[in-house]
Structures are given as structure tokens and as C-alpha cells.
Design a protein around this ligand. Sequence first.
Ligand code: ADP
Ligand code: MG
Length: 267
Amino acid sequence: MHRKTPYPDQLSGSLLEAARRHADQRLVRFELAGKAYFAKRPERYESLRYWITKGHPQRAFRREVAQLKAFGARKAPVPAIMAEAHDCIVTADHGPTVLSLLKQNAVGPEMFSRLGQHLWQLHELGLAHGRPVLRDLCWDDRRVTFLDLEAGATLNATPRDYARDVLVLLHSILVSKNTTREDGLTFMQTYFTLADDEVFAATLERVKKLWWLELLLYPVMLRHRQRGKKRSEFIAIQTMREAVVQYAEAVTPTQPRLDDETTMPGA
Ligand SMILES: Nc1ncnc2c1ncn2[C@@H]1O[C@H](COP(=O)(O)OP(=O)(O)O)[C@@H](O)[C@H]1O
Ligand SMILES: [Mg+2]
């Protein structure tokens, strides 16, 4: 008995055939009948470390596909699955990533307000992405699409999950080329103007709890600065914490500052 797939047979058949021609590549963009698609397969781990941290690649892949369908069913802006096999999915191309647009200086400050709005819209569906970094957000001049529902995507999200999304995206903005601290504040302004105060409180609490990380990374930050590095994943953790507090002080002047002990002099 031929199992009915949710995809239009003709197209999904041709897409899987086209994807099979690139079977050696884990992720590939290809065109069919004038339209662009991405074929994605399970990871092939080189080192044991990945097996330990990410678990069985097939299972991780199936989990990602299940999350994509669950998010899609909730009308979330995630890639549409156009065809599926046990070891491969084909999704529609949702445009360039925000990271690549930033590198080309192809987006202005309005993009950061837009990110705040689109992240809030995802959260309004009760969903959290888990790791919304700029290389996994696409912009097609109409909407932001959230890719890569691997790490931590949640269907029944809590304010803590939303806070983590806000901080991961803020950190990704602050570590990326061609962005400013103001861009981070613009993102937060739009997001927190729309979001519940509960999420803001959870974000502030989470940022305060990260003081140990800044302490731990202080020597690395210092070395980066001594080498004239303006941006690094580590330095951006401090910039992110300061930006959240700066925002907090701007919106609630009475808000207590980060207690000064946790901020390293001259860091
Ligand atoms: N549907 C899509 N539309 C546009 N770009 C995509 C799509 N799927 C993947 N990409 C591109 O491929 C990159 C890797 O895909 P992703 O799903 O994030 O896999 P990985 O697990 O390797 O991070 C993305 O950062 C993006 O540049
Ligand atoms: Mg990715």
C-alpha cells in the first residue's frame, strides 16, 4: 500500500531525485524549475565529542525534522518542508541570512527593530527557538525565517526560554561585523516594548547570573583587547550584559544596577 506523503508527489519526487545527485553533501542549495531549495541530511560527526554533546546524528536529525513540522503546524516562520526521505529533507530557499546581509552592508538599522518584532511574534505562538543566531535567520524582504531547530527549540516555552532567545540573538548581533551597540538596543527596545514584563525580568535575572562567566573569561577578554580585537564571542558577553543593564536603566531609572563587584575594572 503506497504511503501517502503530505507533499505533492510529483514535485517531492523530483526534489528528492535532485537532492540525491548531491548525496555527498550534508547541506546543499540547488535549483529546480527555476526555484531554489536546500537539501539537508544528518550530520556526520568526525569526533567522539560531537556524539557525546549532540547524541546520535540520525536521532538529532529526526528530532529537528519533527520540530520543524510542529513549529510549522503552529504557523511559525520556519522553513517549509517540500520533500522528505528518512535521511534527507528538502526545504524552500527563504532568502539570504541576516548575517550574510550584514557582511555585505545590505541592511540598515531597521533590521534590528524587525528582528525584535519577529522574535516576539515567534514567542507569541508559545514557541522558543533555542539558539536564534544571525546565521540561522533568513530575510526575504518580507519576513524573517528561523532555521536550524536543533538546540533547545521548545514547543511549550517559558519566560526563561524567551529570555535565552533574546540574549542569544543580542549576543549574535553584538559579535557580528557591521553592527553597533545601538543596534542591540534597538532590537531590545522593539522586543521588550511588545513582550510581557515577565520576559524582561527573566532576561535581567539571567544576565545578572552570568557574572561568573564574565569573571572566568576576563583574562581572555583582556588578551583579545591587548591584541586590538574589538569583537569576539567573549567580549560580546560583556557588551551584551552591559547593553541589557543600559536598557534596563533607560526604561526603569530606579532599576538597581548590576552590583559593581561583578564588573571588572578597565575590562
Ligand atoms: N531553507 C533555507 N533557506 C535559506 N538558507 C538556508 C536554508 N536552509 C539552510 N540554509 C543555509 O544553510 C546554512 C546551514 O543550514 P542549517 O539548517 O543552519 O544547518 P547547520 O545545522 O549546518 O547549521 C544556513 O546558515 C543558511 O545559510
Ligand atoms: Mg545553522
